[in-house]
Write a protein that binds this ligand. Structure first.
Ligand code: URA
Length: 213
């Protein structure tokens, strides 16, 4: 697992602003900070991808250089995932995109829930690099479900899972259930409350980015 806060970088500043309940009042800044984290994750993930030698003609000569030689598919879970997804797309600008609509379904036990998916659109993902993003990795159930739903569209060469903030339990769940996937998180928090919100976390990422409650 790669954890942004284990490195000394401006990502810590963006995460700090995302968590700060005063700064969160500015939803445009909240979305932009998630997008900036997406850009940083894209850069870090790009170091694991394949590049092929090429040549470019400048105005003054020819330079041997490199270009990305793998196809990338970005997938996110609506709606909270959109800003992080946009940040990834800013760097992987030729990536294809998949979107999943998911929500917390009702359960007999009022505090428990099942993840229901009601919408999915995806290109073929066979042999491509799949990057699944969700800003909050709480229980890990929606990401696990999203991953399995994506397998209907092919077997990816490699899958990366990206979250701004994860819970300890969510990290353990993903590592146990999806050991074939590489996990990239901004920070890991110790706890979750009875509604499966990460504590201290940042609150409801979807509402903070797009309004609600
Ligand atoms: N989704 C959120 O938006 N926040 C959490 O803490 C957990 C899931």
């Amino acid at each position: 697992m790669f954890v942004l806060t284990e490195n000394n970088s401006v990502a810590n500043h963006f995460l700090s602003e995302l968590r700060d309940q005063q700064i969160q009042l500015d939803s445009m800044r909240f979305r932009r900070n998630l997008e900036r984290l997406g850009e940083i994750f894209a850069y870090e993930i790009s170091k694991t991808l394949s590049f092929q030698k090429t040549e470019v003609s400048t105005q003054l000569g020819v330079k041997k250089t490199y270009k990305l030689s793998q196809e990338v598919v970005l997938v996110t879970i609506l709606r909270a995932g959109l800003p992080l997804h946009q940040g990834l797309l800013n760097y992987f600008d030729k990536a294809e995109n998949a979107f999943i609509g998911a929500y917390r379904g009702k359960h007999d036990d009022k505090e428990a829930f099942e993840i229901e998916m009601d919408y999915i659109t995806s290109p073929d993902i066979h042999d491509k690099v799949l990057i699944i993003s969700d800003p909050m990795l709480a229980t890990g159930k929606s990401i696990e479900k999203a991953y399995h739903a994506m397998l209907r569209y092919g077997i990816p060469a490699k899958t990366h899972i990206v979250s701004a903030i994860a819970s300890q339990r969510g990290v353990r769940f993903i590592q146990a259930r999806l050991p074939q996937c590489r996990l990239w998180v901004g920070d890991v928090d110790d706890e979750m409350n009875s509604k499966s919100y990460i504590v201290p976390g940042l609150g409801d990422a979807g509402d903070l980015a797009f309004g609600g409650k």
